[in-house]
Design a protein around this ligand. Structure first.
Ligand code: 5AD
Ligand code: SF4
Length: 450
């Protein structure tokens, strides 16, 4: 069913992002670009003239979701919006998508979305509109400057792509080789965000700690240098970064955790497994021991740091002993948070062809055991903050009247009643109770939003 051959250009749009924080960021930038073209954002996809599905390919379930989502865009009268599939499924499947469904007009990869306006014109004329190029020239230069939008927190992509080639992972194929955005572009974007009211910036990259560049004076810098420059930016109160690879955790970045006041005490450092043979088969290029020693150094720099990780259970060949090694690593570290997944074979990755794939029931059982332990550790971490006085950045209203929700330095959600406090305020609270997913605080002091 083809919607829009030789029809008017769409006037309204809806962007829906799946998957990681970088997709959230990309979705915002696409929306800003379409807005700058004179199109209007609407909340409801079915009612929009055009819909961008900004997709995730990391696991099979995420990748398949896009097809059911496309189906749901069919209207009662049989018509549908113009549909663009963007993101990592677009990159991985390309023209296969338009072969599999007649409902897609545009396919645009994550390094080509600055060309979306041209692709929309093509699609409106009924022409083929597919762009999965990975141009050497960065898309960022072709995007409009970020509009002022009052909000307390924002993401800022500083690095993209991955050269690590873990054997289970599609990211090196869908996002391409590691690239770092230039220093000046990042500082300018951060300034624009802070001028608009942003008080916390999370620097994003698939391997964010692999960021390298040159500062305004031409000196070589790593992520720590960038963080130190942002620390000097007036109006910015908090800095975070994600996701890091253990092998790119340089000494100066670890030191920054002990020295930079605005750098929050939180580190997401995926390990994936606690078993050396599995880490080797995953091509992780760190060992259980090197990872644990690294965490020792991070904790020496910042003793109260909240650690989080990613885990895959059921990687091909994972024995009971390998899984137990992962569990013992988890017990040793005591994570504040963790994300855990059943291994999902991805087309084109080396692990998909490995022997000894693990049966689904075994993966289910292991995931259950692992998640129970992580939940208990998370609760213990939250309970250990009860009685502390800390700052929170108010992000949104709570569910109950008068209630507000903010984030602690350790990224915990904190519920508080604080008459007159507004979104974007930093307030001091005393933590009075803790659950597995959030804390309750009582107002102790206030610093108004700028
Ligand atoms: N199967 C399951 N989990 C995966 N991840 C990446 N690829 C796969 C896969 N094929 C997980 C890793 C990574 C996180 C973003 O997703 O844990 O750190
Ligand atoms: Fe994927 Fe490994 Fe690169 Fe992370 S480091 S994006 S898991 S290949």
């Amino acid at each position: 069913m083809n919607r829009t051959k030789n029809q008017d250009a769409p006037k309204t749009f809806h962007v829906k992002s799946f998957g990681c924080q970088m997709n959230v960021y990309d979705g915002e930038r696409m929306a800003e670009m379409l807005g700058a073209q004179g199109m209007t954002a609407v909340d409801d996809g079915v009612e929009a003239d055009m819909v961008v599905l900004n997709t995730c390919h990391i696991r099979e379930k995420a990748a398949e979701k896009v097809y059911s989502d496309i189906g749901r865009l069919r209207r009662e009268d049989g018509s549908r919006p113009m549909i663009a599939v963007a993101g990592c499924v677009a990159q991985a499947e390309g023209a296969e998508i338009t072969r599999r469904t007649q409902m897609v007009d545009i396919v645009v990869g994550p390094q080509a979305y600055h060309r979306l306006p041209d692709l929309i014109d093509k699609a409106a004329k009924g022409e083929e509109a597919l762009d999965t190029d990975m141009p050497a020239a960065s898309k960022f230069g072709a995007l409009p400057d970020r509009p002022k939008q009052p909000r307390p927190t924002a993401f800022l992509t500083v690095q993209e792509g991955c050269d690590k080639f873990c054997t289970y992972c599609v990211v090196p194929y869908t996002r391409g080789a590691e690239i770092s955005r230039p220093w000046g572009a990042i500082i300018d974007e951060a300034k624009a965000l802070v001028d608009g009211g942003v008080r916390e910036i999370t620097l994003l990259g698939q391997n964010v700690n692999a960021w390298t560049g040159e500062d305004a004076k031409g000196h070589a810098q790593g992520l720590a240098g960038l963080i130190r420059a942002l620390d000097r930016m007036e109006g910015l109160e908090r800095i975070r970064y994600t996701t890091s690879h253990p092998n790119d955790m340089e000494d100066d970045l670890i030191a920054a955790h002990g020295e930079v006041a605005k750098l929050m005490p939180y580190l997401h450092l995926p390990v994936q497994s606690g078993s050396d043979p599995i880490l080797k088969a995953m091509n992780r290029s760190h060992t259980r021991d090197s990872y644990l020693r690294l965490l020792d150094r991070v904790r020496a720099a910042r003793p109260d740091i909240a650690l989080s990780g990613d885990f895959i259970v059921g990687f091909p060949g994972e024995s009971d002993a390998d899984f137990e090694a992962t569990m013992s690593l988890i017990r040793e570290v005591g994570y504040a948070y963790a994300f855990s997944f059943k291994y999902s074979p991805r087309p084109g990755t080396p692990a998909a062809d490995m022997d000894r794939q693990i049966p689904a029931e075994v993966m289910d059982e292991r995931l259950k055991i692992l998640q129970a332990r992580i939940s208990a550790d998370q609760l213990a971490f939250n309970q250990a903050t009860v009685g502390k006085r800390t700052s929170i950045l108010i992000e949104k209203p709570g569910r109950k009247p008068g209630q507000l929700v903010g984030k602690s330095p350790w990224l915990q959600s904190v519920h508080v009643y604080a008459d007159g406090a507004r979104i974007g305020d930093m307030i001091e609270v005393d933590i009075v109770s803790a659950g597995p997913n959030s804390l309750a605080g009582e107002l102790a002091g206030r610093k108004e939003a700028a």
